[in-house]
Design a protein around this ligand. Structure first.
Ligand code: F6R
Length: 371
């Protein structure tokens, strides 16, 4: 049932304040004055000690689920102090990459049925790793075959392009980082800020959804383009990859997410006055580096669309030549949840304007159960 919406993708983008609330329900504790703020993940609690003792945490997934894990990687590293590595499921299987008994392998999948991810799971089980499942489908293969896990609880996702599952996956993994990180005094302030940020996140997403018309106007401007680049770094490298994936898969427009730190190592050659480039430059520890990326792109007459924090437009953009998308500011590790929303909206409107099928993009299936 699409309710008042024309497409499932549109509905699922707009219901993110609610899906995020459902994902967090009963899992965050913000007690009275003497009760510390905390997170409770029932499906993980008996395995937390093992996870904390592991030598490495390996995130494994495909497509959007991989991107969600990439977005959560920095906060898991920061709070746990454990090295976190990333594996695209098919590539891990192709390489038969080393997985050890001392590893925790975390399988991220909306459907819980993706063949590549399942194969990687069997491989990790054979190699003796502790296997954790993060899926949106109770009773799915991945949920049933992992040792423990966390349900995403984003509600059924029907549009082939994953939207609400992505933001809920990031929130689940941020909560996992809080749970694995434990309650060392040194990180208490940071943990409490994240928990407060999680409580407020649905409101911030509600706010950012107000950019809908602005993103429709931007889509109108980009309707006939051949290509769109998206630059991000730090917490928002994943946002760049995910924004580009959405544009590519539904709007059928070439789009590439680029790690801004790699700009000078090749991508800069593409910059001219025609190619549109989205630069994600919201306020975090990487902001000044992104400012300098913007200046360099500007010096080469790049056609810039800058995503920055509210009130930062003047600091982020030199001159008045770039278009600005201002988004609400949240705790840095949660910012990817807010930042991806305008890019989801842009992909959606581009698709409708270009006359393509939104919910069933050409050649794609919701759940990829073959290899
Ligand atoms: C993109 C998309 C795909 C899936 C990928 C993994 O919008 O939907 O990239 O994310 O096929 O699917 P799951 O998460 O079900 O394992």
């Amino acid at each position: 049932n699409k309710g008042k919406y024309e497409h499932y993708m549109q509905k699922e983008i707009h219901e993110q304040p609610e899906s995020l609330t459902t994902t967090m329900r009963g899992r965050l504790i913000r007690g009275g004055s003497c009760k510390a703020k905390n997170v409770l993940l029932g499906g993980l609690k008996d395995h937390l000690k093992t996870i904390r003792r592991s030598r490495r945490i390996v995130f494994i997934g495909c497509g959007t689920s991989y991107n969600a894990a990439l977005a959560a990687r920095p906060i898991l590293e920061e709070l746990s102090g454990i090295p976190v590595t990333m594996e695209v499921a098919s590539d891990l299987v192709d390489r038969q990459g080393p997985i050890y008994r001392e590893d925790t392998a975390v399988f991220v999948s909306q459907s819980g049925e993706t063949a590549d991810t399942l194969q990687a799971l069997h491989y990790a089980l054979e190699n003796g790793a502790l296997c954790v499942g993060i899926t949106n489908t109770v009773g799915s293969e991945i949920a049933r075959n992992t040792h423990c896990g966390i349900h995403i609880n984003a509600g059924c996702e029907i549009g082939v392009a994953s939207t609400k599952a992505y933001t809920s996956q990031i929130v689940v993994m941020a909560m996992m980082a809080l749970a694995v990180g434990g309650d060392a005094i040194s990180s208490q302030e940071r943990r409490e800020a994240i928990i407060d940020g999680l409580f407020d996140l649905p409101n911030k997403v509600r706010e950012v959804l107000k950019l809908d018309n602005e993103m429709k106007d931007l889509a109108q401007l980009l309707i006939a383009e051949q290509s769109l680049l998206v630059f991000g770094r730090g917490y928002n490298y994943a946002t760049a990859l995910e924004g580009a994936l959405k544009v590519k898969e539904v709007a059928l427009m070439h789009s590439e997410g680029i790690l801004a730190g790699e700009m000078k190592h090749g991508p800069l050659a593409l910059v001219d006055e025609n190619l549109p480039i989205v630069v994600i430059a919201t306020h975090d520890a990487c902001f000044s580096k992104q400012q300098s990326v913007i200046q360099q792109l500007h010096a080469r007459k790049g056609r810039l669309i800058v995503m920055c924090s509210e009130g930062d437009a003047a600091a982020a953009c030199p001159g008045s030549s770039c278009r600005v998308i201002e988004v609400p500011r949240v705790e840095d590790c949660l910012q990817p949840v807010v930042n991806v929303v305008p890019l989801q909206l842009l992909a959606y409107h581009l698709t409708v304007l270009r006359g393509h099928n939104v919910d069933q993009p050409r050649n794609l299936a919701k759940s990829v159960t073959t290899q």
